[in-house]
Design a protein around this ligand. Sequence first.
Ligand code: IMP
Length: 193
Amino acid sequence: MKLVFATNNKHKLQEVRDIVGNRVEVLSLSDIGCCDDIPETADTLQGNALIKARHICGKYGLDCFADDTGLEVEALGGAPGVYSARYAGEECDSEANMRKLLENLTGKSNRNAQFRTVIALIIDGKEMLFDGIVKGTIATEKKGDSGFGYDPIFIPEGHTESFAQMSGEMKNSMSHRFRATQQLGDYLKENYG
Ligand code: IMP
């Protein structure tokens, strides 16, 4: 079976291919000649994942899936959430996003947070959603320099190191994306294996 993953991110593609194995051929957007800049205009992660998957399914008639990820901070009512990539503004980078988050948490004792990845799958017109969560806390300052995004300020539950202080293998074995992808893999195995 063939499935389009609505991304060109090589790390995400490799992670998904490792999890779903040989049963499924996972194609990227460039594999199907899609250069569209799909607007992510929804106000939820589910909404954005569905927009991307529906775009591919509608335009190319192919079975596909898409993901969207956000960092949800309890004391900020779930922000930055779906706006994680552009928390400090459209043109901002991870440094500015982390700075804004740390500023907004100044003086707050509740530093609970979670990363959430939602995957929307469309096969034969049927839509399915998978949710992967890793709980943790927001550190008071940046620690480590591996990874990307908010990794230097996120400490996963049960650990003292931030994601950016861990090896890539260690982070990936517990990450939100890994957990959502595993669910997708289990579903495909059960229903199409
Ligand atoms: P995307 O949906 O995978 O593009 O993720 C949206 C945004 O969430 C990214 O731009 C990052 O700021 C943040 N993010 C997603 N995954 C991670 C992660 O594993 N570590 C740190 N930040 C992440």
